[in-house]
Design a protein around this ligand. Structure first.
Ligand SMILES: O=C(O)CCC(=O)C(=O)O
Ligand SMILES: [Fe+2]
Length: 168
């Protein structure tokens, strides 16, 4: 994705499913799908791809960052397991809705950042919102998220090479 950096440790959905019953069960929990659908304003369904449906992203070294990209699927529910308490330590979500290009994230006036703590979650329109996670500012802080990807009955499936390279 425009050669934006991926300095992080990942676990793909297929590895998670082999090691965990709880995460796949939560991912497909009907009450959670209902909640996400109400927040999205349209029904959402599971992503078929076992690699991409639920992934873990771990930033754990100084400078670790998840660079600018858009996702293959329309919605991402991001659940924070660990995050720096202090926004000055980085790990912020930097995002631009309806981005024309990934470059606009760095320059557009409409781009915003958000700080989250462990236990937080957010829902992102992730296929049309350019987004990245800012670098961890120092050693000794960690940021670990579960990303649950959801699609809609009418969304056209597409998959990028970068997702396969990150998680497969
Ligand atoms: O870690 C985040 O807040 C975003 C994760 C993300 O963009 C992704 O996994 O595609
Ligand atoms: Fe993403």
């Amino acid at each position: 994705m425009d050669h934006s950096p991926r300095h992080m440790t990942t676990l793909g959905g297929q590895v998670i499913a082999a090691a965990s019953e709880a995460i796949p069960a939560l991912y497909r929990d009907p009450a959670l799908l209902g909640l996400v659908g109400r927040a999205a304003g349209e029904p959402v369904i599971e992503v078929g791809d076992p690699v991409e449906r639920h992934v873990l992203n771990i930033l754990h070294r100084a400078g670790d960052t998840h660079g600018a990209h858009t996702d293959d699927h329309p919605y991402a529910l991001v659940l924070f397991l660990e995050a720096p308490d202090d926004p000055a330590d980085g790990g912020l979500v930097h995002f631009l809705p309806h981005a024309g290009s990934l470059r606009d994230l760095a320059t557009a006036a409409g781009a915003r950042t958000a700080h989250h703590r462990a236990g937080d979650a957010y829902l992102l329109r992730s296929d049309t919102t350019a987004h990245r996670v800012t670098p961890l500012a120092r050693r000794g802080v960690r940021r670990t998220v579960l990303n649950f990807a959801y699609t809609t009955p009418t969304a056209r499936p597409h998959s990028s090479r970068s997702a396969a390279e990150l998680y497969a």
